[in-house]
Design a protein around this ligand. Sequence first.
Ligand code: HEM
Ligand code: HEM
Length: 186
Amino acid sequence: MRNSPSRWGWLAQILHWGTALLIIITIPVGWWANELERGATERVLFDLHFAIGVIIFSLVGARLVWRMFDTAPVLPTDLSPVLKRAAKGTHFLLYLILLTMIVSGYVIQVHMRPSLDVFGLLQIPRAFEPGDDESLRALAWYVHTYGVWVLGGLVTLHTIAALWHHFVRRDDALSRMLPFATREES
Ligand code: HEM
Ligand code: HEM
């Protein structure tokens, strides 16, 4: 379960791939819902988008908590200091943009819906009551709508880097995040 100096543990792997999968699902759901006229399908898609958002929030929260208690594996020792900093910086920005998407989505949701329930199963508390001023909602909408492109750019960069490590550099940076180790075992 715990990370070792050379491998991510299974809990960190589940949290990483679970978040990645849900993000890949929720982006088209958000876009599709946004294209539709108000109605039953639009409502179901936004409910789904909201429910997935709540799970992403839980996974990212769990990841950050787990990250404080467990030590991350060390980056390949022969990687240049510049690339090490680039990797750490990208990971930090990924966490930051995920939290930004979650908070902005939540702010829009509070403005849009009187009840924040997840398919009637779970009630999410409302942190504030929206006033008459629409500027907060407008700001959150801009952040959420354009933030998804920042997220997409960072994920693309991150994925290219992981594939570069695996296929060009041929180190264990990717395989140690996979459930089956194709290179170096811990
Ligand atoms: C990483 C997580 C998330 C991603 C990648 C994401 C992505 C998106 C995308 C692509 C759209 C369509 C925007 C457009 O085309 O203009 C959207 C809309 C929306 N999302 Fe998210 N979202 C995320 C999390 C959340 C969360 C956690 C909530 C609620 C708590 C949420 C609530 C909404 C709402 C209410 C809209 C409709 C905005 C509007 O048109 O007024 N999202 N999201
Ligand atoms: C939406 C998609 C994704 C998100 C949001 C994401 C996010 C992250 C974050 C925040 C970390 C840093 C973990 C930490 O230090 O706590 C990480 C690590 C990692 N990710 Fe992703 N990731 C995504 C998709 C992918 C994909 C598609 C791949 C591979 C093709 C990948 C491969 C890796 C690897 C190998 C690591 C470990 C890097 C290391 O050991 O330093 N990720 N990811």
